[in-house]
Design a binder for this molecule. Structure first.
Ligand code: CO8
Length: 259
């Protein structure tokens, strides 16, 4: 344990940080306090040089069942505009290190939106995904209408958001919403396995790869290609590029230092 929070648990295993959403009595409903702690932890871990990859997870029954409805029910248009509670989500999106979501149980509403802010998703075969906001008379507000369409296409995004119905892990895998399916017992282990592979790479190359991939959501193809090229050229100023290529030519494993 590296920090004490009330609504999340943060642990480190060698170069991998594991952040666990921890409000099990309410299926990890995303209260403002929980999101505040999560963004704080991600910010610290992003700057911590000993951490290479972050895993975000919940418990066996829920990754997160969405915004805390009890809390949200009190809001008005004016209170939301004044507090602008979703602006803090930009900090999650701006995390530079790779984030792997290990998802068991429910990933609903804000929980699915949080999962879609992660870079890779390992799901348990009991996972259920949905944007049920429509059942509450609202719509997704933390990126669901924008991110889901980019991940699964317009018609599927429409179906999920307009019906509010959940899809299971197999369907989520089929439509490209998750990378891999594991059992509930092995989900976190599978995420750790993937994290360990990624953690061996050059942190600076990982950062610029993530940056270039996410840029594609924001730009035209030609602007995206320019951006990728800039990142590619920039990496030739790093010791890790020299090490990676020397190691290949010398037939040994590279040791990347992150500079
Ligand atoms: N908020 C608050 N409490 C919740 C939430 C939630 N989202 N989800 C579950 N709980 C609570 C239940 O009220 C219940 O509490 P209690 O034991 O005191 O009655 C406890 O968790 C266990 O839940 P259930 O008894 O309902 O468990 P079931 O296994 O029967 O059902 C479900 C699980 C299907 C997940 C069900 O609880 C459910 O439908 N939950 C609500 C899901 C939902 O509508 N999510 C969308 C919320 S809106 C949203 O996310 C907007 C996004 C905006 C951005 C996010 C900003 C943070």
């Amino acid at each position: 344990m590296i920090s004490t929070y009330e609504h999340i648990l943060v642990e480190k295993e060698e170069t991998i940080a594991i952040v666990r959403l921890n409000r099990p009595k309410v299926h990890n409903a995303l209260s403002h306090a929980l999101i505040g702690e999560l963004t704080n932890a991600l910010n610290i871990l992003d700057k911590d040089k000993s951490v290479k990859v972050i895993i975000l997870t919940g418990n066996e029954r829920a990754f997160a069942a969405g915004a805390d409805i009890g809390e949200m029910a009190q809001e008005t248009s004016v209170s939301l505009m004044l507090k602008d509670p979703f602006s803090i989500w930009d900090k999650i999106r701006n995390t530079k290190k790779p984030i792997i979501a290990a998802v068991s149980g429910f990933a609903l509403g804000g929980g699915l939106e949080l999962m879609m802010n992660c870079d890779i998703v390992v799901a348990s075969d009991n996972a259920k995904f949905g944007q049920p906001e429509i059942n509450l008379g609202i719509i997704p507000g933390a990126g669901g209408t924008q991110r889901l369409i980019r991940l699964v296409g317009k018609n599927k995004a429409m179906e999920m958001i307009l019906t509010g119905e959940m899809i299971n892990a197999q369907e989520a895998f089929r439509i490209g919403l998750v990378n891999k399916i594991a059992s509930v017992e092995t989900c976190l282990e599978e995420a750790k396995k993937m994290a360990k592979v990624i953690a061996k790479k050059s942190p600076i190359a990982l950062q610029l790869a993530k940056d270039a991939i996410l840029k594609s959501f924001e730009t035209s193809l030609s602007e995206g290609l320019q951006h990728e090229r800039k990142n590619f050229y920039m990496l030739f100023a790093t010791a890790d590029q020299k090490e990676g290529m020397s190691a290949f030519l010398e037939k040994r494993d590279p040791v990347f230092e992150g500079h």
